[in-house]
Design a protein around this ligand. Sequence first.
Ligand code: SAH
Length: 517
Amino acid sequence: MATPAGAAGAGIVYLVGAGPGDPGLQTVRARALLATSDALVYDALVHPDIIAMAARDRVVPLDMHFVGKRGGQASTPQEEINALLIRLAREGKRVVRLKGGDPFVFGRGSEEAQVLAGAGVAFEVVPGVTAGVAAPAYAGIPVTHRGVATSVTFVTGHEDPARERSGTDWSALARAGGTIVLYMGVKRLSDIVTALVEQGGMTPETPVAVIEWGTCASQRTVTATLSTIVEQARAEGIGAPAITVIGDVVRFREQIAWFDRRPLHGRRIVVTRARAQASALSELLRARGAEVVEVPAIRIEPVDGAALQAALDTVQSYDWLILTSRNAVTIMWEALRRRGLDARALAGVKLCAVGPGTAEALLEHGLAVDLVPERAVAEGVMEALAARPDVRGSRVFFPRAEGARDLIPTALGEMGATVDAVTIYRSVPDGAGAEPLRGAIDRGEVDCVTFTSSSTVRFFVDAVGAERARALRAASIGPVTSATARELGLTVAAEARTATIAGLVDAVTELLAGEPV
Ligand code: SAH
């Protein structure tokens, strides 16, 4: 180990809580670290969308290591995980060690911290929203309530209450009187309930709730009493992961349940991401309780053509360089570096960035911009350049995305500038990103697919294949889109009455809200 822990260039491990399931319950810090880390080591209970988001839009792929249980197989032994974290950090990487919920609540995060401390590897801890608070909250159960429960105990159900030297004093716990929140207790629930009643003297009528897959779209909650919960949970087929809440606070669910009362709760709906408006559609569907699967994911692919190489060879001869996305900055920088160049190659070139994000990306490479328009769109760039006295007669290098509009080159030409507009990257449908969706369709887990235009229909059919697409019910924004869908053999089960995103969401709600989940 040549570099001391914490020194610049040395690796570091972030022990990060991913939250209980719902990707919206990640912390801002977790998001930021996931977006910028070099390596990711993650467990089974982390929501797949969080992993996909971390891997998305990277030019240098994220180094990913799954170490949880998968399909009945045992998880990676703890010693191997420890060794992996140390190795990655010693390679100089910024490593996110991502765990479900909070890393220090029944998460072995503290054991990993001990090992890292012992090895002299720098680390930081990023707390997360723990399942024992979040799952009850989503089920309409407060873990404390004034006058009803003034304390709450988090306890692992992993310990066998029948064992003589159990680490948990169940009878003391029963006598303490507050809310009991049980993690990992589904298998041992029967023994635990018995211990609480027989050893601890709790009344068998004490309310209990078991919450399976809390905060996820598939969350299910069973409520009963200490005497009936085991039978009830078994009857409903409740399995891990689940949180069990024991105490009078469970009664609040009847009044303040909210999550599972939304009209699209428990529905899985596919949104095709071919247009910018897709995120508005996803947000509206999520707000009504649906689980949204956005597909296909888009992957950024560099186009390393001769035109880019030629432009870089003579990059000092340009007066202006215009960059209209973070991706353009990253890809141009990588290309520069591959030629053995760095920021000095752009010394005499003025820089225009489309908006603050792109400007920031440039600054990360030691390049401060000369011009950022007020409006972060092509029109804004044009207006800002038109107001400059030094554009006419200048030479402009404009590396851009495939299929970008010609607005900027045309306008610059009219202003008397010479523009080299060079395609340096393209967005391609990510086949691998659509893979989990194909599985979900085959298992009958998709309730409906939404289409906002004819091109989204074609995009979707390309991504999952015609046969799978035909197995689904489609909801369309209007007659033209519906016609395209039918031409391709799809079943249009709902069509928006007004051709807007809101109209489409209403149509989906009418289609699905009345049906049993
Ligand atoms: N560090 C995690 C807990 C890990 S122990 C946290 O802070 O939440 C794993 C147990 O957590 C599971 O057996 C289950 O009891 C609980 N758990 C984790 N995610 C859950 C979820 N989405 N719904 C219900 N229980 C969950």
